[in-house]
Design a protein. Structure first.
Length: 434
């Protein structure tokens, strides 16, 4: 029987047999030969060789015969993969544990890379020491946890640490970054995952100045001030403008006492410096000009060379402290015996005759006046008479110069007071200044 087409068959048994042989040859060439020519895959290396137990690690498998790969497994679990070329496959590890084989299957066969990959538990963060620090950052801390080897990032509340160093699998040292006050999470990222240390570190509150009990003083400084607020523990200094206060005493977390430094007139900021930052209160203190010392008059303007007499000065802004005002006559200091805001008394020191400068000074200024030292003159005494009395007898009369007045001592009898001698009589002479 004939027909149109490539082949036609007859009823001849021999022709039928020949047709079957031809068909089998075609099948052998078109199907069997390709299978026989495909080579089996060979794995030579993988990288990395470790990854998290939770999976998700990207692994490069290197080898040959990967064309047409149909499966990649890590241990018993299948991995998602891409055959990049005949020599490379990129796979993403499934979850697993322990040390496992890596297998690649292709049309050419199957290859097993024994104990090729190790599952590692993800890192953990259990604590941070110290657990608190300055919001300014810069605190050196130690992060305690597990599986920290290979860490490639450390953050505090989402902000990258200024530096870190892997000590071992359970410890990392790090420098804290600048951050707002409050409790934060400390995270450590490794190739095996990210450890989340929830609430493991606290940034301390920055200091705050609430008030000053005195808000003004003179440009000379030295005014006692009590500063109140919060966060003063560990304070290292207090500033008024750009100048450091003295006698700084931290009474606790909420108060500091100081003496103001000198400063130009005007309002200045007050700052409290602590490890947790500097608290600043703008224009919190005003420096005022010092009222000038004035001396309008004084009496007496002259005195004896041996001193000892009292001089009274009148003026303004003298002050009430005996030790806060100084008075000198020439190069010699006087003793101040009285002082108030408008008057001053001083005992003149001894000095050679002549005019000297009298210098009065305190924190309000210095005033210079003139004073005359005079040599005292002794008036003559007539021993023949004493007023209306007649001196009846005298014996042992001697003249004794003193530091103030010259005196004559001895036994003197006068009439009509007594007819007999009076012993131990002291006669003072009148002294005038020449």
């Amino acid at each position: 029987m004939k027909g149109k087409g490539l082949f036609y068959f007859t009823r001849s048994p021999q022709s039928l047999r020949m047709a079957l042989v031809a068909l089998m040859f075609i099948l052998a060439v078109g199907v069997l030969v390709p299978f026989a020519s495909a080579s089996a895959p060979v794995i030579t290396s993988i990288s990395p060789v470790t990854g998290s137990t939770s999976g998700g690690t990207s692994v490069i498998i290197t080898g040959t015969g990967f064309t047409g790969a149909t499966a990649v497994t890590f241990g018993p679990s299948s991995a998602a993969f891409t055959a990049n070329s005949d020599t490379q496959i990129t796979a993403t590890t499934p979850s697993g544990s322990g040390i496992v084989d890596v297998n690649v299957t292709t049309p050419g066969g199957f290859n097993q890379y024994t104990q090729a990959f190790t599952y590692v538990s993800p890192p953990t963060v259990t604590s941070v020491l110290p657990p608190t620090g300055s919001p300014l950052g810069g605190t050196s801390v130690t992060i305690i946890g597990t599986n920290l080897i290979g860490a490639n990032a450390v953050t505090f509340g989402g902000t990258t640490a200024t530096s870190f160093n892997i000590v071992n699998a359970t410890a990392i040292t790090a420098g804290t970054p600048l951050h707002a006050s409050g409790l934060v999470t400390v995270n450590v990222t490794t190739p095996n995952g990210t450890a989340i240390g929830t609430g493991t570190y606290t940034y301390n509150a920055a200091p705050i100045i609430a008030s000053l009990n005195v808000t003004s003083g003179t440009v000379a400084g030295g005014t006692p001030i009590l500063i109140t607020g919060t966060g003063f523990t560990g304070a290292t200094g207090v500033t008024f403008g750009s100048n450091a206060a003295t006698n700084v005493s931290v009474a606790g977390d909420t108060s500091i006492s100081v003496l103001t430094p000198s400063n130009a007139a005007g309002a200045v900021n007050v700052g409290v410096i602590t490890p947790n930052g500097t608290a600043t209160r703008s224009s919190a203190y005003t420096y005022t000009a010092i009222p000038a010392l004035t001396i309008s008059s004084y009496t007496p303007p002259t005195g004896p060379t041996y001193g000892g007499n009292t001089i009274t000065f009148y003026g303004t802004n003298i002050g009430s402290s005996l030790t806060a005002v100084n008075v000198s006559f020439g190069s010699n200091y006087a003793t101040v015996t009285l002082a108030n805001n408008t008057a001053l008394q001083a005992t003149a020191p001894a000095h050679v005759a002549g005019s000297v400068n009298v210098v009065i000074s305190n924190v309000n200024g210095t005033v210079t006046k003139s004073y005359l030292y005079a040599t005292p003159v002794i008036a003559p005494v007539n021993l023949a008479t004493a007023g209306n009395y007649e001196i009846l007898a005298k014996s042992g009369i001697t003249t004794t110069p003193g530091t103030h007045d010259t005196s004559i001592t001895g036994d003197i009898a006068v009439s009509p007071i007594a007819a007999t001698a009076m012993t131990g009589y002291l006669l003072h002479l009148v002294v005038s200044l020449g």
